[in-house]
Design a protein around this ligand. Structure first.
Ligand code: RIB
Length: 338
């Protein structure tokens, strides 16, 4: 007979019940016990008895998902991608929105846990304030962070390589002749907001171009419109605006053009996401496409690993985005862009 959970418990110096809780991930155990049990299981080569586990663990066949806001086309796009992935395994999705509030987010997680979801996929709304609720949920059921993440690790994450994406956008506008650039993004409460600003700043510094103070508000059309008006009122337009998402970019293009500026002749604009409104922008928006389908597939794959009880360190997977050149940025001579 192979290594049993009794062997693991003995090697870890804990009860069989604690070892079972630690390996199933269903119930809370202290990080110290979780670490001892995971180490003992790995050293002994413990393989959970899949049949016994399935019989013991009543599953509901549902996964809970929490996103900041379903009014944003990126989140509806990625929710649909996750749902398609889960359908492949006959699993249903229960969706909640945190309304960009860590307090609401914590309540939604409890609601989903009370409904005995088999696992959770979450885009945490606040890199700091979301930490307690996300880590608590991750100790109780398999949990994967998708798109955004909390600081300090502690749970799997898969998302776009934000900094690489902003480097693509900055390098593109500079190849198109821009020598003064500005970033239009969101207040720095989420991982995507912070990483995109830092990615922009690093790329602009490498290029040695003039960088105007960042315009930070929300990931919304309204903020893009307001940021565009602010640039016009300042009386001097930068050569290019790099935006943290398409909603901001579309709003910005609209207010710049309404104020008499030509896009891209007077000012180039690049977005990020390539979902929803990007395709309705006039002129069509140059942007950075997030690999949404791949991100969703990876999140579901990681969740499956966690549900199988694989004791392993938290995974972090950043997937490369792709530049999509349309008409809000200046054309670049063939071969000029890397
Ligand atoms: O549009 C909302 C933005 O925040 C997206 O770019 C997505 O990455 C989310 O984090």
């Amino acid at each position: 007979m192979g290594v049993t959970i009794h062997d693991v418990a003995r090697a870890a110096g804990v009860s069989v019940a604690s070892a079972s809780r630690a390996l199933s991930g269903r119930r809370k155990v202290t990080p110290e016990i979780a670490e001892r049990v995971a180490r003992a299981a790995a050293e002994l080569g413990y393989q959970p008895n899949a049949v016994a586990k399935a019989l013991r663990d009543q599953t509901t066949g549902t996964i809970g998902m929490v996103v900041p806001g379903i009014g944003n086309p990126f989140f509806t796009t990625i929710v649909e991608a996750v749902e398609r992935e889960l359908q492949n395994s006959g699993t249903d999705l229960l969706l909640c929105a945190s309304q960009y509030s860590p307090q609401v987010e914590a309540r939604r997680l409890e609601t989903l846990l009370a409904r005995r979801v088999d696992g959770l996929i979450i885009s945490p709304c606040d890199i700091e304030a979301s930490v307690p609720a996300v880590l608590d949920a991750a100790r109780r059921v398999p949990l994967v962070q998708l798109d955004r993440y909390i600081e300090g690790g502690g749970a799997d994450w898969v998302g776009v390589d934000d900094e690489a994406g902003l480097a693509l956008a900055v390098d593109h506008v500079i190849a198109g002749g821009a020598r003064s650039v500005v970033f239009a993004g969101s207040r720095l409460v989420s991982s995507s907001a912070r990483l995109r600003l830092s990615g922009f700043e690093r790329a602009a510094a490498r290029a040695g171009v003039e960088v105007l103070p960042p315009l930070l508000g929300e990931f919304t059309l309204e903020w893009g419109i307001e940021a565009g008006r602010g640039l016009l009122d300042a009386g001097r337009l930068p050569d290019a605006v790099v935006c943290a998402n398409d909603e901001i970019a579309v709003g910005l293009v609209r207010s710049l053009r309404f104020g008499g500026a030509r896009v891209p002749e007077d000012v180039a604009v690049v977005g990020f996401d390539d979902v929803g409104h990007a395709t309705m922008c006039d002129p069509p928006l140059s942007t950075v496409r997030q690999p949404v389908e791949e991100m969703a597939a990876e999140a579901v794959r990681l969740l499956g690993q966690l549900k199988a009880g694989d004791p392993r360190p938290a995974q972090r997977i950043a997937i490369a985005p792709r530049l999509v050149v349309r008409q809000t940025s200046r054309p670049v001579a063939a071969g000029v862009e890397g």
